[in-house]
Design a protein around this ligand. Structure first.
Ligand SMILES: NC(=O)c1ccc[n+]([C@@H]2O[C@H](COP(=O)([O-])OP(=O)(O)OC[C@H]3O[C@@H](n4cnc5c(N)ncnc54)[C@H](OP(=O)(O)O)[C@@H]3O)[C@@H](O)[C@H]2O)c1
Length: 237
């Protein structure tokens, strides 16, 4: 591969926000290694984006991904987009859902970040997709809010720890974006109305809006430890 092309690792790259991030980075000339489990969706992104997109069909919570990272060339950008949700009141949340969301959003993200940053070079950066729900509370979202606030903490501490190596860490905190994760919620008219009423700009964000914020932070050489809210003003109220 051309050694002047910068290399990004994007987790959860086959759908929704991760797909848009991959599109934006490839359009900007990045080589993107995209991680997801489902071969079909990942294969479609590969066909769409061509040779600058390298699909890694692997569970992001597994040791197998860490082994692939360890044997790959160092990355110039890690986009921690992996994340999931099981929305319910805490008192109705079973351990299976608790474990899934904590393991996916926090444990896997920390393990991937450790593996990637271990060999990152000066000038590289980490961008983590958190959520507006890292900054405010939301109904039925105690576990999700907990995980996203934890990732904001990770980002600030990473920024401090990696600065001496010339590596930056930031987060992007989106409001609701229509993706396979949120489509079932946003298809409920009452829920969609509540979301639009909560957003001063009156509309959900587009996945591409989040991708543009990632691309900005990837190049923002004096910005570190920052949480960039792409939330239409939700948290400004
Ligand atoms: N959508 C929103 O409104 C919104 C708002 C704020 C923040 N966010 C955050 O943005 C990120 C992306 O959300 P999204 O809505 O785009 O999600 P999504 O539509 O559910 O897409 C998730 C992506 O991650 C992959 N994935 C899930 N679990 C995986 C695993 N264990 N290993 C490897 N890949 C996995 C999925 O592919 P496979 O299932 O094939 O593996 C898919 O490519 C998440 O961190 C989410 O919390 C979303």
């Amino acid at each position: 591969m051309d050694t002047t092309i910068k290399r990004a690792l994007v987790t959860g790259a086959s759908k929704g926000i991760g797909h848009a991030i991959s599109q934006t980075l490839v359009a900007a000339g990045w080589h993107v290694t995209g991680v997801a489990r489902g071969q079909h969706a990942l294969g479609s992104v590969h066909i769409e984006l061509g040779e600058l997109f390298e699909p890694w069909c692997v569970d992001a919570t597994s040791d197998a991904l860490l082994e692939r990272i360890a044997s790959a060339e160092p990355f110039d950008l890690l986009v921690n987009n992996l994340g999931t949700a099981r929305h319910a009141p805490l008192v109705d949340t079973p351990d299976t859902d608790l474990d899934l969301v904590l393991d996916t959003n926090i444990r896997a993200t920390l393990r991937i970040t450790r593996a990637v940053t271990r060999v990152m070079r000066a000038g590289a950066s980490v961008v983590t997709i958190t959520s507006q729900m890292a900054h405010v509370g939301g109904p039925d979202r105690i576990v999700y809010c907990t995980t996203k606030a934890a990732l904001e903490g990770m980002t600030r501490a990473l920024a401090v720890e990696l600065a001496p190596r010339g590596i930056r860490a930031n987060s992007v905190a989106p409001t609701f974006v229509r993706t396979p994760l949120t489509a079932p919620m946003l298809d409920e008219p009452e829920f969609a109305r509540w979301v639009e009423d909560m957003i001063p700009l009156g509309r959900v964000a587009q996945a591409g809006d989040v991708a543009e914020a990632v691309a900005y932070l990837a190049d923002a050489r004096s910005v570190t430890g920052h949480s960039l809210r792409v939330d239409g003003g939700w948290t400004a109220r």
